[in-house]
Design a protein around this ligand. Structure first.
Ligand code: IFM
Length: 454
């Protein structure tokens, strides 16, 4: 294969998540999620933005599927809103909530687009949070009931399942940093939440797989290569510790290695409570690993009173001063980090298959004369796809790529201020405008390679 070429059966997709695009938060029996509560709490999101309307995808999904068809998408990764399916967290599934996904799946299949369904992309029913949320072990059982309801309804047509999206972000950003729902700032809780998320994943795997022969089940982890800010031994130690926290805390138990011992030792009584066979269940064998890659983390050692574990990441200003190009999120653009990461995960953990379930960038897109010329996004995608193709050359079993995101959407605490889409959304009119990157991605899919010229 030439550089930038992909295997014939490579899967080209785009991804979204329920709360970020659907809107319709009180329709057809949906009850509030923790993100409704959080986004409606003053001061929690940019400009007080909420997902109340978002991209109005709940009503406009036929138009959105047509956009996917025009792009030539082969797969679409979306998430199910738990509060539509089991609004109160426990009890009978809500058929009207499931109807929506039923119709969406049918339309995707009719368009030859393979659905990749994520069960949990952060919108926990508020009713479960009221009983302790993911810090409460009972939520694992509630998740299994929810998973059962979804697979009962969609499992005759959906083959690809992702249990969780980015449990690291759910646990740490939501429960230690307090920047995401439910907005807690307690390290012990965050670690307990991480454990319950992983446990619910491990227990859901056999449940999903047993619904029908041929099911493909995985989990999506956000992974970030960790680079010490200098060659000083203390920065190198800080980097190893940070890697154990943000990457290995999730990868190691999922691949049967338990939690990283050196970090457990550092955490002392902050370490999670677990039952005897939890780690065995978490290590359920996977059909694929979903990898979300955005950027490497550059870290240095700081006094422990300054940051947990005595580790700090370089700020966007420091990264810019070191010559990194940054996205609108302040994230450094390092395409080769993707190749490094994929090769490392393949050699270290040997997943059967890997999908890049998210990769993309926010830029300050402008509509000029009805068009969006997002050349920086095209360059970003081109470089990352070249890195992905290089990883395949090095033997990585990479089976597909999902751009984040199909369309601009509610970027959590940043509200609508950050645009990740290859399709622009005018939130005032809900008009969709495919950006130049959408046309470029259409060519990638059609040619199954990175185009030689833009
Ligand atoms: O928008 C998010 C998505 O929900 C999870 N992964 C990262 C994206 C960009 O921040």
């Amino acid at each position: 294969m030439q550089p930038g070429q992909f295997p014939d059966d490579f899967v080209w997709g785009a991804a979204t998540a329920a709360y970020q695009i659907e809107g319709a938060v009180d329709e057809d029996g949906r009850a509030p999620s923790i993100w409704d509560t959080f986004s409606h709490t003053p001061g929690k999101t940019w400009n007080g933005d909420t997902g109340d309307v978002a991209c109005d995808h709940y009503h406009r999904w036929p138009e959105d599927v047509q956009i996917m068809r025009d792009l030539g998408l082969e797969a679409y990764r979306f998430s199910i809103a738990w509060p539509r399916v089991i609004p109160g967290g426990w009890g009978q599934p809500n058929p009207r909530g499931l109807d929506f996904y039923d119709s969406l799946v049918d339309a995707l299949l009719a368009a030859n687009i393979t659905p990749f369904v994520t069960l949990y992309h952060w919108d926990l029913p508020q009713a479960l949070q009221d009983r302790g949320g993911w810090a409460n072990r009972d939520t694992v059982e509630a998740f299994l009931e929810y998973a059962e309801a979804v697979v009962q309804r969609l499992g005759d047509r959906v083959t690809h399942w992702i249990t969780h999206n980015e449990p690291q972000v759910v646990a740490f950003v939501g429960h230690a940093l307090g920047l995401h729902a439910p907005g807690l700032t307690d390290q012990r809780t965050a670690l307990q939440v991480a454990h319950h998320l992983l446990l619910s994943h491990g227990r859901a795997v056999p449940l999903l797989r047993s619904a029908r022969a041929g099911m493909q089940v995985g989990i999506t982890l956000n992974l970030s290569p960790v680079v010490p800010a200098s060659q000083q031994p203390e920065d190198q130690r800080a980097a190893a510790l940070y890697d154990a926290l943000i990457n290995r805390w999730f990868l190691d138990p999922v691949f049967g290695r338990g939690y990283p011992q050196e970090l457990l030792a550092q955490l002392g009584d902050l370490a999670p409570q677990m039952a005897d066979n939890d780690l065995d269940m978490i290590a359920a064998s996977l059909d694929f690993l979903g990898v979300n890659y955005y950027f490497p983390s550059y870290v240095r050692a700081v006094p422990p009173q300054q940051a947990p574990l005595g580790v700090a990441t370089l700020t966007p200003e420091e990264l810019a001063a070191r010559g990194f190009e940054l996205t609108a999120m302040g994230w450094p653009i390092v395409p080769d980090g993707l190749r490094d990461l994929l090769v490392h995960v393949h050699r270290e953990y040997a997943p059967r298959a890997i999908y890049i379930t998210e990769n993309g960038a926010a830029f300050d897109d402008q509509v000029v004369d009805g068009a969006v010329q997002d050349q920086r996004r095209i360059a970003y995608l081109r470089e990352h796809l070249l890195a992905a193709s290089a990883a395949i050359q090095e033997g990585v079993p990479l089976r597909g790529y999902f751009v984040w995101s199909l369309m601009d959407n509610f970027e959590w605490a940043y509200g609508y201020s950050k645009r990740f889409g290859i399709v622009y959304v005018d939130y005032a009119t809900q008009q969709r405008i495919p950006k130049a990157s959408a046309e470029w991605y259409r060519r990638v899919i059609a040619e199954n390679r990175v185009p030689l010229e833009d």
